[in-house]
Design a protein around this ligand. Sequence first.
Ligand code: UDX
Length: 437
Amino acid sequence: MKIAVFGTGYVGLVTALGFAKFGHSVYGIDRDEEKIKALNSGKVPFFEPGLDELLLEVQGKGLVKFSTDGKEAVEDSEVIFICVGTPPLEDGRADLSQVEDVARFIAENMKEYKVIVEKSTVPVKTSYWIKRIMNLYREKDVGFDVVSNPEFLREGSALEDFLYPERIVVGVESRKAREKMEELYRDFDAPILYTDVETAEIIKHASNSFLAMKISFINMVADLCEKVGADVEMVAKGMGLDSRIGQKFLKAGVGFGGSCFPKDLRAFYRIAEDEGVDFSLLKEVEKINELRPVKFVEKMKNVLWNLKGKRIGILGLSFKPNTDDVREAPSLKIIKLLKKEGAEIFAYDPVASENARKVMPELNCLSSPYEIAEGANAIALITEWDEFRGLDWKKIKDNMETPLIFDGRNFLEGRKLASLGFEYYPVGRKPFGRMNG
Ligand code: UDX
């Protein structure tokens, strides 16, 4: 099939390349000239495993074309995906102006029936507004359908999630559009749930909000565990063995970040509010998450006494491993708080330093974990990058002024580190190796 994808961010680019991998012919459209230039020269403008190779592969087969001009893409495609950004406004509601712009552009340029698919995460009823804009700007005899097909991919495993999804949700209101969507997803090995459009829109926000709720829940349990000397990892395991609860997304730590959970959570309770539904449960989820960095720094203070003048090494800046994304990253919030206390910060991340410096230009990013350990009073592990497990911790200890580790992700082996002489402070579990009580 011929398809067009408007927006080449995470969701858009993965969608474009993913469909091309299945043999569809894809146009990728973005107003950002730099991005399009990079993509046309075979470069993915952000870090995401597997995307570089796939870009070259589908470019080699002539299955994907990138451009800043979407005219040809609209005329030539049967199905058009809207994957542009829906950033949060001050009040937490989603800014849908880019969605409106694209809908208008499609309406003004289409000459025959099109299926328009919203894939960006949008609040319920966005399809109503897309339809309205289409109706205002299209030629009257040119038909269209609006479909909601939310994307559930995670950064760091985006391609995998797109190619092998656990489910595909398609909100659709006409047989014609449903047939097009069936054809598009024909070769995917996943259950497809067909619903009406509003239901599909709600599924996306409800899923992300529910996962965020699981994380905040376990984080509060972690706080309680810390107080009474219980072990949150075992509590999560014990809870998760109940298949009604499940093991996933019960990892306690410094809180969730990223471009989705914080934003979608707020957008969801805001839209509920607009509809007169008090979903304040989700406000609590948000509040708990916002306090995670604060509590983590308080814990450091309780161990280090004064933070003023202390040298602290930060391991990991991205909001989670395998991505260079620092949006809403707990690391940056923690660094800000530590700096406010007068601590001196040195950070290391395998790929996210450049992005971190864009938002925090004065941040000292060093090129190895051993360098941040040099003369440090403590190390705080904020992102659980695999490579941190295999570090030479003895060498790190020898480089440090005082051997303290705060593990914000319960990622390292406390017992082993204690045997090397470290004091090790996890989240929601007993510390190891603490000297004098
Ligand atoms: C999320 C959803 O998982 C995905 O389906 C949706 O399409 C977009 O939002 P993403 O933001 O890429 O994906 O990352 P995810 O792996 O879900 O992690 C989100 C945040 O939660 C990270 O900061 C992570 O560290 C944190 N997290 C996750 C926890 O703190 N504990 C957990 O148990 C799981």
